[in-house]
Design a protein around this ligand. Structure first.
Ligand SMILES: N[C@@H](CCC(=O)N[C@@H](CS)C(=O)NCC(=O)O)C(=O)O
Length: 209
């Protein structure tokens, strides 16, 4: 297998942390997004979406969505499950992971991609051109503020996103908070529960992956 990666980008980081938690090693190839390598003809032959991460299996199949890659790895390396240990936990992990994707990754992306001069006409990742909409950048920032408050309330009650079970949803949230720094937003000082959770995840060796 080969993992197409870009060290600085949030979605490939989710896969790298997931792999580190499970002790999985996969040959990794860097695609430099700043140089536009994701849009090159050669890379688009591998992943027509022109995005990273992408996992190419030994039979040539390309799995090109972060959650699908992690699910595939969970399936073939079931030890130390990160998608839940029973039906109820799997449903709760799914729910939290989806919420963080919607209200975190997409909100941060909305703020970042609609404001950064480097993303002019690339306000949505993928093969199609979309103009920036400044109002969406503004709304993205509001959504990020709400995410911090919602997570802070959540972590007042629970150790991780799903009770005392560390899961893929925590990885998604951790990478989201790293990504949100790109729009100059960090955990507000009064969000002490969120800070406690963040420090705990940052202290895991996988967080350096
Ligand atoms: N839906 C995809 C999104 C992946 C994505 O947005 N990747 C970004 C890096 S974090 C990318 O490749 N962007 C390329 C671009 O903006 O041209 C997933 O969940 O994997």
């Amino acid at each position: 297998m080969k993992l197409y990666d870009y060290k600085q980008a949030p979605n490939p980081r989710r896969v790298r942390i997931f792999m580190a938690e499970k002790g999985i090693e996969i040959e990794t190839i860097q695609i430099n997004l700043m140089k536009g390598e994701q849009r090159s003809e050669s890379y688009r032959k591998i992943n027509p979406m022109g995005e990273v991460p992408a996992l190419v299996l030994d039979n040539g199949t390309c799995i090109a969505q972060t959650n699908a890659i992690c699910r595939y790895l969970e399936d073939i390396y079931p030890e130390n499950p990160l998608y839940g240990r029973n039906s109820e936990e799997r449903a709760l992990v799914e729910s939290q992971n989806h919420l963080i994707h919607m209200n975190g990754i997409l909100a941060g992306g909305e703020a970042f991609r609609n404001s950064s001069p480097n993303f002019k006409n690339r306000a949505i990742s993928g093969p199609h051109a979309y103009a920036q909409i400044p109002e969406l950048a503004e709304r993205g920032l509001q959504r990020v503020d709400n995410l911090f408050e919602d997570l802070d309330r959540h972590f007042a009650e629970q150790q991780f996103l799903v009770g005392d079970y560390f899961s893929v949803a925590d990885i998604t949230a951790f990478c989201t908070i790293g990504f949100i720094r790109w729009v100059n937003k960090t955990i507000p000082g009064h969000c002490s529960n969120l800070k406690r959770w963040h420090d705990e995840i940052a202290s895991r060796p996988s967080s350096k992956a």
